[in-house]
Every structure is written in C-alpha cells, then in structure tokens.
Design a protein around this ligand. Structure first.
Ligand SMILES: [Fe+2]
Length: 477
C-alpha cells in the first residue's frame, strides 16, 4: 500500500526569504517512486525539481525560484497557473494559523469538519488575496508516531535502558514512516493544498511537531537514545516538510546556518517577521539557548522601521499561571499538568528569562517609528493581552489557536478568565492585562479560529475569524 493518499502531493510554497525586491520561494512536492514531477514554469524558463529525500518509497522534491516582492505575479505547475499576491510594499494582508491537528486520532477525523476553518481561510483568500501565511506552531501533531514500536510505545513514561544501534535504526525507520504519513495526510487535504499552492508559508515549530512538551520533559527522557532519535526524526521532518530544506542548505532567513537553533527573521518593506525557535534549545531550565538569544539581541540592535511581528509559539503574555503551577506541584495527581505549565513563559522556572525577553521586546518597541506585536498559538483558545510599556506605548499579544484543534471545555476558558483577573507583572513598572477580543464579552473564546493581520497605509489591524461567532471587528495595532 502506498504511504501517500495521492500519487503526487503539492506544490506547497515556502517563503525562503525576501531580498533585493524578490521573494525567494521553494515549491515542495511529494511523489511516489523516483520519477521527477514536472518542473515549475516561469516566463523566464522552467525550474526542475530536485530530490531532497526518499523515504519509504516516497520522494520529496523541491524547486527554488524567485518572484517579485513588489507586485503580483504567478507561477505555473503541472498545467495550472497559480497567482501570487506578492506585493509586500503597500497595503497587504497576512493570515496567522496554529495547531493544525489533535493529539489523538487526528488522521481519522472527517475531513470537511476537521478542515472547516481552512475552507473559510480559502474563502478569505478568494475575497481578498493573502500575501503570506504564517504558521505559529503545532503544524503537525506527531504524538502518535511513537506508538507501534517496541522502543517507543511507552514514551515518555517508560524507556528501554540500553537499546542497540540496530534497534534504534529500526525506530528511526518507524518514526520516519509515521512522520511522513502525517505530513502527507495534512498536505493532501484539499483545503490546505489549495491555499498552500497559492500563498507562500512561513512556519515555526512548537512541541507537537516533535512530541507533547518537548524540552520540558525530564532529562532522563530528552537525552535518552529514544528521545534523541525522536528529536532527530522530528527535526529532519520539520526541515523537509515545513521548510523544504535539509541540513546544510537552510534558507537565508535562518539565523544559524548550522541549524543548532531554527530561529529566523524576514525583513520586508516596513515589516519584520521574527520567529525565535522555542524548542531546539529548550530544557527544563531554559527556553532559548545561546544561539536563540544571540539572534534576538542581533535583531534588537538592527534598525527597523514599520512593524515587527514576534512569533512566540508559546504566548509571551498571559494570566498568572504560576499560581496554578504551585497548586499542581502540591498535588501529586496533578504533576502531569505541572509539566504542561513548565512549557510556558510564565512558569516559575523561566521567570528570569521571561523578564529578559520582555525587557528586550520593550526596548524594541521604544525604538522611534517602530511598533511590535506578539502573535502566538498553543492554547486552543482565542485571546489577547496588553503590556503597558510606558511613554504611551503598549505591547499587544494576539493569540489565535487552533485552526483544526478543537477548543477545550468552556469551563477551562472560565478558569483562565478568573486567573486573568489577578494580573501578572513580571516587570512591575509594565503591568500586563488579559483583554477581550473586539465585540466579545469573555477574555478567552473557546472556538476554533485564525487571525488576519492587515496593513492599510502605515496602520496595522488584527481580526480573528471565530468558528461560531464569525469575524471580529478590527483591533488597531
Ligand atoms: Fe497546539
């Protein structure tokens, strides 16, 4: 049986970089066997696809090419012309999505229900084309990949003490097949496929692209042979399927060509997209490592005009979760949830680092003629928060999650709403408050959702598309 739901999947467009007035793009195609798919056709000629990897009888192909970044354009593949809204110089709109899946049984969900918000985003693109599609983490829920293999089926609860090299090679094959099958299913979904061929994507990973809580698990798990094999395959899959790249040829937007961390930045006219990697260097005691911090410091020192969007896969601003965490440490049955909270910036374990990041963002926001907004997913709710930066400045935190992950019970949204009333001020002079979406009465909206970010003139605004409540009025940024 073929591991692919269709003989050919793609193209999925990835924005490699913006440079010299051009969009540098990659088109990703998956196909059965080794016969090359047709090339990308441009008015300047054809661009052949190169094989990046062959897993399980499937070849992963990529073509790199340029399109203008100052006007609309198009490309042709396999008999279809795809228009691109490539003008990044003037009015534009971007979409932000996160959490495209669920931990259990995602591959068995009925497609039209699962992808209802993707279908709505396709409609939004038809009405007014999107220039870019930002994916803020959990593009794939790989949690079930560890099932069905003797070394990993009890991950992370129980692990073999001393697996042989041959057994680990078997695990690698197993995991590659499972990751491939999940990405193939996601990319073959008609709604996703239609949009991803027409709007270049930028992707940042979060834990489920690896496994639940990666980086916040105990060292005995993370640094075990099974844990390291899992990370290696997840990373290889992330590069292939989410970046159309392999080690050694990362696109220029990545800060570390060696990929020890996978943070990146895109600089377009009046627009910076900044995506630190909150997973590769994470441990139970740190979120970013030396590489991630070096990238953030370098970006903070760089002159930037217009608006920066800081993609923080885990929300940078939120309610006082440290109270909940203290409670959970005290109750043995709740310790699983303690690990979940440890994964947040607000965890007591990360307090100093959280302050460091907030100070850096505050200094960025105080730069003349420059604004910054944090965008995040992760919590499967829609919400927002505001940090008062003084001097009449604020940091807006927008949270949009998930596009296909269903919302948790409303009771959980109410618990968070109650915690939010307590406030949290890691920088005492810069209070944070959790705020309501425009037109909404609760602080946390338990509906599937995505976010639209729109620039008109120099002014940016955000609107959430909520599954039941519809499009919110705009929030000025
Ligand atoms: Fe998620």
């Amino acid at each position: 049986m073929s591991p692919l739901p269709a003989p050919v999947i793609g193209p999925i467009l990835i924005l490699d970089d913006v440079a010299g007035g051009r969009m540098r793009l990659s088109a990703l195609v998956l196909s059965e066997g080794a016969a090359p798919p047709p090339p990308v056709e441009l008015e300047t000629g054809a661009v052949a696809l190169q094989a990046l990897a062959a897993w399980d009888g499937v070849t992963v192909w990529r073509a790199r090419f340029d399109r203008p970044a100052d006007r609309p354009s198009s490309y042709r593949w396999n008999g279809t012309d795809h228009a691109l809204q490539g003008d990044l110089t003037g009015d534009l709109r971007l979409a932000y999505v996160s959490c495209n899946g669920e931990e259990v049984g995602d591959l068995d969900r009925e497609g039209s229900e699962r992808n209802a918000m993707w279908a709505r985003l396709c409609e939004a693109h038809r009405r007014r084309p999107l220039s870019l599609l930002l994916h803020g983490g959990d593009q794939v829920y790989a949690d079930e990949a560890t099932e069905g293999h003797e070394l990993s089926h009890d991950w992370p609860a129980r692990l073999p003490a001393d697996p042989s090299a041959a057994a680990l090679a078997g695990l690698r094959r197993h995991l590659r097949a499972r990751f491939l099958a999940r990405y193939a299913a996601l990319y073959a979904a008609p709604e996703f496929a239609w949009l991803a061929a027409r709007v270049p994507s930028l992707m940042q990973w979060d834990d489920h692209d690896i496994c639940d809580g990666w980086g916040s698990l105990r060292r005995s798990r993370t640094y075990s042979p099974v844990g390291q094999t899992l990370f290696a395959v997840a990373r290889e899959s992330f590069l292939l399927f989410q970046q159309a790249a392999v080690d050694g040829d990362l696109p220029a937007r990545f800060a570390d060509p060696a990929g020890l961390h996978l943070g990146w930045a895109v600089h377009a006219p009046g627009l910076r997209l900044l995506a630190p990697d909150l997973r590769s260097e994470r441990t139970r005691r740190q979120i970013l490592g030396p590489g991630g911090w070096a990238m953030m410091e370098a970006e903070a020192a760089r002159p930037a005009e217009g608006h920066s969007f800081l993609m923080s896969s885990v929300p940078l601003l939120g309610p006082r979760l440290s109270l909940l965490e203290a409670l959970m440490v005290a109750i043995p049955r709740m310790q699983r949830y303690e690990d979940d909270l440890r994964d947040q910036w607000q965890s007591r374990a990360h307090r100093d680092e959280w302050r460091r990041m907030l100070r850096l963002v505050r200094d960025l926001a105080r730069t003349d003629g420059h604004d910054i907004t944090a965008v995040s997913g992760e919590i499967h709710l829609a919400t927002r928060a505001v940090m008062d930066l003084g001097q009449g400045l604020v940091l807006n935190q927008l949270v949009a999650s998930g596009i296909s992950h269903r919302a948790p019970p409303r009771a959980w949204a109410r618990v968070l709403g109650a915690l939010a009333a307590l406030g949290e001020d890691p920088l005492p002079e810069n209070p944070i408050r959790v705020a309501r979406l425009p037109g909404q009465r609760s602080r946390y909206i338990a509906e599937r959702n995505y976010l639209l970010l729109e620039r008109e003139g120099d002014a940016w605004q955000a609107r959430w598309e909520l599954e039941a409540s519809g499009l919110t009025p705009p929030l000025a940024l």
